[in-house]
Design a protein around this ligand. Structure first.
Ligand code: ADP
Ligand code: MG
Length: 225
């Protein structure tokens, strides 16, 4: 049986929006692009896999447990141990250095003290930030900020690595680097990597794809004249 399975998921947002997500079967170590136009439910699907959101209906099986049957505390524990999430807008803590940002993430995962210090410095160094450990996010470039966010997402060695539009803020050269780092990091962790994107160029780099269609309630795009 697949390591990660979504079954019969619907997500309602108020009266207006009902998303029906496709059934999925994915395994640790796979790398897939999650495609679809804006509003098709990519972020919702990542949140559901991460245990950040409970779907309105359906089952979310990860490594033999259905997340929808867990208590909130159990879901928190699942997220901390199993999930690495690269947020579209990074969400770095501005008052803290690059190293401290990664330490904060490790602390949430229950890894503290010397072990955490060593791990944080090691991951940042592997991602090319060895000379930036003490820098605050505002003194880093966008590409560097994203790499701090990636270091924080992977330092606790998650099995499930989720990235939401990881190239949205980057030019092509930096986007290439970011995708290389994501795929290499996921491979070294033997993690399942799911990268949400609406960019065909990003999609083309992944051999496997999950495609979401736009919801019936989505506004029709006007054609360019
Ligand atoms: P995508 O990431 O593909 O752009 P989302 O998962 O963010 O799609 O959103 C899918 C649909 O759900 C959209 O129509 C969006 O407006 C709606 N939606 C997402 N999050 C919320 C929310 N917190 N409250 C209300 N509607 C939401
Ligand atoms: Mg989104």
């Amino acid at each position: 049986m697949a390591d990660v399975r979504l079954l019969g998921i619907t997500q309602r947002y108020g009266e207006e929006v009902t998303l029906r997500l496709p059934d999925l079967e994915l395994d640790w170590g796979q790398q897939v692009a999650l495609l679809g136009p804006s509003g098709s439910g990519k972020t919702t699907l990542l949140h559901i896999l991460a245990g950040l959101r409970l779907p309105s209906q359906g089952e979310v099986w990860v490594g033999g447990q259905d997340l929808t049957q867990l208590s909130e505390a159990q879901r928190d524990a699942y997220r901390r141990s199993t999930v690495g999430y690269l947020f579209q807008d990074f969400y770095l803590a501005e008052g803290y250095s690059a190293l401290e940002n990664v330490l904060l993430g490790l602390g949430v995962a229950g890894i503290r003290g010397r072990a955490a210090q060593g791990r944080a410095a090691e991951v940042l160094t592997q991602l090319g930030l060895g000379q930036r450990l003490g820098h605050a996010p505002r003194h880093l470039s966008t590409g560097e900020r994203q790499r701090v966010a990636l270091a924080r997402a992977v330092a606790h060695r998650p099995r499930l690595l989720l990235a939401d539009e990881p190239t949205a803020h980057l030019d092509r050269a930096r986007a290439t680097t970011a995708l290389d780092l994501l795929t290499q990091t996921a491979a070294s962790l033997r993690a399942l990597l799911v990268v949400a994107t609406h960019d065909p160029w990003v999609m083309a780099r992944f051999p496997q794809q999950i495609e979401l269609s736009s919801p019936p309630s989505a506004p029709v795009q006007e054609e360019a004249r």
